[in-house]
Design a protein around this ligand. Structure first.
Ligand SMILES: [Zn+2]
Length: 246
C-alpha cells in the first residue's frame, strides 16, 4: 500500500453540523431514462467529509477558499496519535464534569489501567515530548469514528496548542473530527488562533487505520470563488514514495 485514503465517502447520510445542509445529489440525465449520458447536480454544505476551511468561514472579510495557496495542502505532514489520552466511551464521558480542565482520571479498562483526560481538548502538554518535524501536523483522536453518526462530544484543540504549533512553524493543522473547536463553541478560539497565524485547516479526515509518523499529504481544495470551504479528497503517501516518479 503506497498511500492511505483519509477521506470518508460522501453521501446523503454523511453527518454534518446540526442545522447545516446535508449532501443531496439529483440526476439530471440518466441511462435509465434513455438519455445518452449521465449528469447530476449536488446540493451540500461545503463542510462535508474531509474539507478545508477558508478564513472567510471564521473571520469577516477573511480570504475565501480560491485565494488560499494550494501548496499549504500539499507536502510533508506529521501524524500525531493522541487517541490513547481520551476516553472514547461516550457513556462514561457524559457523566464527567467538563469544567475540570487539565485533570486526569484513572479508569479501569479491562485488566489495563489507563490515564485518561477528563476534558476533550488537545493541550500542548499532551504531545510536547514529540518533536515536530513537518510544517503540517494532523492529529488522530479516534473520537468521531463513524462519519455518518453525529455527536457533539468529539475531541478538539485548545487554542494554546494552535499557538504552540504556529511558533514551531506549522502552517496546516488537521484533525479526525468535524471541527478544531468543540461543537458547542460560539467564540471559536482555535479558529481565531489559526487566523492570527494565517494557518490552514483540514477537518473531517479519517485516521483510524493510520499509524503515527511522517507522510506526504495531498488535500487540495477546489477553487470555488467566494467560498467558505471546500471538500477535498485527502491522501497520505508513505514518506519513501517519490511522487515525482509516479
Ligand atoms: Zn469546517
Amino acid at each position: 500500500l503506497e498511500f492511505y485514503d483519509i477521506s470518508p465517502k460522501i453521501n446523503s447520510n454523511t453527518a454534518v453540523f446540526p442545522g447545516d445542509q446535508k449532501f443531496e445529489r439529483t440526476m439530471t440525465m440518466a441511462f435509465q431514462n434513455n438519455d445518452h449520458l449521465e449528469t447530476s447536480i449536488i446540493k451540500t454544505t461545503l463542510h462535508i467529509g474531509a474539507h478545508t476551511d477558508a478564513p472567510s468561514h471564521y473571520t469577516k472579510n477573511g480570504d475565501t477558499i480560491e485565494k488560499r495557496d494550494p501548496r499549504l495542502y500539499l507536502g510533508r505532514v506529521q501524524l500525531i496519535d493522541v487517541s490513547s489520552l481520551f476516553s472514547n466511551d461516550l457513556s462514561s464521558n457524559s457523566s464527567m464534569n467538563k469544567s475540570t480542565n487539565q485533570i486526569s482520571s484513572t479508569l479501569s479498562m479491562g485488566t489495563k489501567t489507563l490515564k485518561k483526560k477528563l476534558n476533550r481538548l488537545i493541550e500542548p502538554n499532551d504531545f510536547s515530548q514529540t518533536p515536530i518535524e513537518a510544517r503540517r501536523v494532523i492529529f488522530r483522536t479516534d473520537s468521531f469514528s463513524d462519519p455518518e453518526k453525529w455527536h457533539n462530544d468529539f475531541v478538539a484543540f485548545s487554542p494554546d496548542t494552535i499557538q504552540y504549533l504556529a511558533h514551531l512553524g506549522v502552517r496546516l493543522i488537521g484533525i479526525d473530527t468535524p471541527s478544531i473547536d468543540p461543537a458547542t463553541s460560539k467564540d471559536l478560539p482555535s479558529h481565531k488562533k489559526v487566523y492570527e497565524n494565517n494557518m490552514a485547516i483540514l477537518e473531517g479526515i479519517v485516521l483510524s487505520e493510520v499509524p503515527e509518523g511522517l507522510y506526504t499529504l495531498v488535500a487540495i481544495p477546489l477553487a470555488i470563488e467566494g467560498a467558505d470551504a471546500s471538500p477535498v479528497r485527502a491522501l497520505l503517501f508513505k514518506p519513501d514514495v517519490d511522487l515525482s516518479r509516479m
